[in-house]
Design a binder for this molecule. Structure first.
Ligand code: G16
Length: 561
């Protein structure tokens, strides 16, 4: 290890004393102005990870995804006071950083002195038995946040300090970086994932989509709110590649040049939480609409019913649509693995609407597994199945096909016309659906493909089940780290006594549930409530938010709904 080079470059990326960082739900995410030393250290860690994995490419995505850039200081004047950014590391096949390395990331980011940094690196090298003579390859991309450009330079210095190579892909969606990383690392594999580069990503998705929808009646236009983020440019390029004879799209909230607009009163998170259309989209009956988030890894659909009422089709609805469609195809195609039907499963989190879980487990007879919040947890759980569908209610997810099931699709030729047709659709779906990570654009094409083949409108799709009324509210507290969730985020171990108080409130309502957990991406505590009627949900939400705010250090506004 070239300690003198590390220490020399470290001088340019000094950490402010007392700044504390945690590798959370989706990596490091906090004020961009504090992230320079973190990115330098992430560059060091990514280099070590690559060396550990025989020089495989490791990805670093610089994004704060759904986090809104601006914070209002006066309700009528949205002035920027804080701007977030973040970084997450990507494993060779496009998964999130292996969880055993997260503590290294946190420890390295918090190392106070130059001696601490060297000690921490030495500990990782020794514990992981890393051969420092191996080359390291790191690839970085960023979303449209202006702070990203400078943070790439900080990361680069970290990579260079360990004599690594850095490939800079510039501005991409998060899933495009994951795609590139998987392509780079499977170039020489039996089944390469694809060719590296944005244009190849668009072509791969587009070719598979067109191969199946050709000859079917085109759906009415889709209005997509791109959250004023990187998804706007990517969707435009994808739609161009597909062509308007297959897919009509109108992109709104595509103002990438004005970064203060990113996720501001728009985007998937805003639409899901506020249960209303974003600013910039005048929702009318008959329109088909969707919203992406700031780095285009989430998507939710919505429409207005005949009475003009806003109707949301969130991640749970996407999951059940996909699961039902794929299960039916697998049955029709007669696909088996060692003589048995493929193992099928759905992975959800505590935020999944109770109706969706009941529909999946009782009506569709799909095994449902619950994990903690964070796609990194859902992804691993989904890998346990031959076909694992995972979606968070917020619209983040994908469908994973195991190698066994992909081989089974190729092994069976199909005897009847129905078998052959079903197999072709399954093969195309396994290409359209991003296998590395949840991807808003790929998920959108999956949904559009299913609706085209099923000849379904958004309201037809929505009929599968009716959501229980629910609310998710953010409460600001002085220290969210005192909240310690257990049992897949459904209960709190600490602060002592709070869970009992929550239980007592929930008991007052029929079919109700509520849980409280600290966000891993924002400085807030999230409160989720669900009950039989909207009135019950509203009352319960106010009661739980009041408990948290008054008893556990609430700060700022005390209005919850
Ligand atoms: C990230 C994670 C998601 C998670 C979300 C909210 O999304 O990737 O899995 O659901 O944060 O997490 P939390 O409730 O801990 O703040 P994104 O789209 O921001 O990357």
């Amino acid at each position: 290890m070239d300690v003198s080079l590390i220490l020399k470059l470290n001088e340019e990326h000094k950490k402010l004393e007392q700044a504390k960082f945690t590798y959370g739900t989706a990596g490091f995410r906090t004020l961009a102005s504090t992230l320079d030393p973190v990115l330098f250290r992430v560059g060091l860690l990514a280099s070590l990870r690559s060396k550990k994995l025989n020089s495989k490419f490791i990805g670093a995505m610089i994004t704060a995804s759904h986090n809104a850039a601006p914070v209002k200081i006066k309700s009528d004047f949205p002035k920027l006071t804080f701007k977030d950014n973040g970084v997450k590391l990507v494993e060779p096949l496009g998964e999130m950083l292996v969880q055993t390395w997260e503590p290294y990331a946190t420890k390295l980011a918090n190392a106070e002195t130059r001696e601490d940094i060297v000690a921490c690196l030495t500990e990782i090298i020794e514990t992981e038995k890393i051969d420092l003579t191996k080359q390291s390859n790191v690839a970085v991309a960023r979303d449209t946040r202006p702070s990203g450009e400078k943070l790439v330079e900080s990361l680069k210095d970290g990579v260079i300090s360990l004599h690594g190579n850095l490939t800079n892909f510039g501005v991409l969606t998060t899933p495009q970086l994951h795609y590139n990383i998987r392509c780079l690392n499977t170039k020489a594999a039996k089944h390469p994932y694809g060719e590296v580069g944005e244009e190849h990503y668009y072509k791969k998705l587009s070719d598979a989509y067109k191969s199946i929808t050709r000859g079917f009646k085109k759906l009415s236009p889709l209005y997509v709110d791109a959250a004023n983020g990187v998804g706007a440019k990517a969707l435009l390029a994808l739609a161009k590649e597909i062509g308007s004879e297959y897919f009509d799209v109108f992109i709104v909230n595509a103002d990438v040049a004005n970064s203060e607009k990113l996720n501001f009163e728009c985007g998937a998170d805003f639409v899901k939480l506020k249960q209303k259309a974003p600013t910039g989209l005048e929702l009318k009956s008959g329109m088909r609409c969707a919203s992406l988030d700031g780095d285009a890894d989430r998507i939710v659909y919505y429409y207005a019913d005949h009475d003009g009422k806003f109707k949301l089709l969130d991640g749970d609805k996407i999951a059940t649509l996909a699961a039902g469609f794929i299960m039916d195809l697998v049955r029709k195609a007669n696909v088996t693995i060692n003589g048995q039907p493929p193992k099928f499963g759905l992975v959800q989190t505590a935020y999944a609407n109770g109706s969706s879980t009941e529909y999946a487990s009782k009506k569709m007879q799909v095994p449902v597994v619950f994990t903690m919040t964070g796609v990194k947890h859902l992804h691993h759980a989904a890998e346990e199945f031959d076909i694992g569908v995972y979606f968070e209610a917020n619209g983040h997810g994908t469908v994973l096909f195991s190698e066994n099931v992909i081989n089974a699709f190729s092994d069976v030729n199909g005897k009847t016309e129905e078998e052959i047709k079903s197999l072709n659709i399954l093969k195309a779906l396994s290409i359209v659906i991003n296998q590395a990570v949840g991807d808003a654009l790929s998920d959108m094409l999956m949904v559009e493909l299913i609706l085209t083949l099923n000849k379904q409108s958004l309201s037809d799709w929505d009929e599968a089940y009716t959501d229980l009324p629910s609310r998710q509210i953010k409460v600001k507290v002085s220290d969210r780290h005192i909240f310690k969730p257990i049992k897949a985020d459904t209960e709190l171990l600490e602060p002592l006594g709070l869970q009992e108080k929550i239980n007592a409130e929930v008991k007052k309502y029929s079919s109700a549930r509520s849980f409280v957990r600290p966000s891993g991406t924002e400085d807030v505590v999230r409160v989720y409530c669900e009950a039989k009627t909207q009135k019950d949900v509203d009352e319960l939400s106010v009661a739980i938010c009041t408990l948290v705010f008054d008893g556990y250090g609430g700060i700022g506004e005390r209005t919850f709904i």
